[in-house]
Design a protein around this ligand. Structure first.
Ligand code: NDP
Length: 330
């Protein structure tokens, strides 16, 4: 079985020399364990954080040990009660072809109910992030105007569409290519969208949101956040989901220079972690599952094939190679 190890901690942008793909024997499951052949593994921006040794909400990846991440696969051997070979499970031992682990870390998923890859994306962690971040953290309500950055990505594309489905007055997205911008307005129903590489975010947002924004869902940080504060309406809310523009920084990024606007707007900025919102999972599965089945909520996936390309898929997420959820198919 092939698996990926972190061999040195990246400084700035991660480089291939920081990683190694190694061949290891497949372990037979012990009592209470299962052996899973991974079918799809996830690559996510937060993994950049785990490559650093800095203390955070998840432990850093250990050097010379297999990396981890979301994955779905088929059980090929089981010594655990209630899980049979042929079952499909969602678990956290990605970045490898085969994984042997305690069955308590596995959640059964139904490949008949939805394509396996969607349990990593639109119906999985990134989907719940969009749902919880918009509806709970940003206290979205009907009639709000919503701006979301990273809008063609896994989380962002779902934020914008959920906002529309729940009666947003206007949804604005930003993304890093003209093609992605077209997708937002032509397929996903965004009212306006812009390519942040085409000009200052501040000016492009002003044009796209002439009446300001009630909610900003931040996936990017930096000048996007400052521009959103500048356009925030009274009682506006900013949910800080991610700040991908600073993940490779070696020095702390400068903060927004206009925070004082929060006073006059009575604005609120709140960071969140999806892990605190799994109580919403039943509502999320029911509501978003129905929208996906009816086609009201659209999603794309960027599928990279082969464990040997797992690293490049991850680096691709940081570069913006993906539209929708980036997954690796094994
Ligand atoms: P995406 O599918 O959105 O992929 C990341 C995207 O970020 C890329 O496609 C790229 O698109 C964009 N990007 C990369 N660099 C920059 C930059 N410098 N400026 C602006 N955009 C950039 O990933 P996810 O949907 O999985 O994650 C989106 C955000 O949500 C991330 O910040 C992530 O860390 C965060 N997150 C937070 C969670 C939480 O619990 N708080 C849980 C899950 C995700 P483009 O072509 O548009 O530049």
């Amino acid at each position: 079985s092939r698996e990926w190890h972190l061999v040195s901690r990246p400084v700035g942008a991660p480089e291939p020399k920081d990683f190694d793909m190694v061949e290891v024997p497949v372990e037979r499951p012990g009592k209470g364990q299962i052996l899973v052949r991974n079918a799809y593994v996830s690559v996510d921006p937060y993994m950049r954080g785990r490559m650093s040794s800095a203390k955070s909400y998840v432990a850093p990846y250990e050097l010379g040990r297999p990396m981890q991440g979301g994955a779905v696969g088929e059980v090929v051997a089981s010594e655990a009660e209630g899980i049979e070979p042929g079952d499909h499970v969602l678990h956290f031992f990605g970045w490898r072809e085969y994984a042997t682990f305690d069955a308590e870390h596995a959640t059964k998923v139904d490949p008949e109910a939805a394509p396996l890859s969607t349990y990593l994306g639109v119906l999985g962690m990134t989907g719940l992030t969009a749902y919880a971040g918009l509806l709970r953290v940003a206290s979205f309500k009907e009639g709000d105007s919503v701006f979301v950055s990273g809008a063609a990505g896994a989380v962002g594309s779902q934020v914008g569409q959920i906002a529309k489905l729940k009666g947003a007055s206007r949804v604005i997205g930003s993304a890093g290519s003209d093609e992605k911008v077209r997708l937002l307005t032509e397929e996903y129903g965004f009212d306006a969208a812009f390519n942040y590489k085409n000009g200052p975010v501040h000016e492009q947002l002003k044009e796209a949101a002439p009446d300001g924004v009630d909610v900003y869902f931040d996936n990017v940080g930096g000048d996007h956040l400052e521009a959103a504060i500048a356009r925030l309406n009274r009682n506006g809310r900013i949910a800080v989901c991610g700040m991908i523009s600073v993940y490779n920084n070696t020095e702390p990024a400068p903060g927004p220079r206009n925070l004082a606007r929060l006073i006059q707007t009575r604005g609120r900025i709140e960071g969140f972690l999806v892990g605190d919102h799994y109580d919403l999972q039943p509502d999320f599965r029911r509501e978003v599952g129905a929208w996906v089945r009816s086609g009201e909520l659209k999603y794309r996936e960027t599928v990279v094939e082969g464990i040997e390309n797992n690293l490049d898929a991850f680096l691709g997420v940081l570069r913006g190679d993906n539209t929708g959820k980036m997954v690796v198919k094994l």
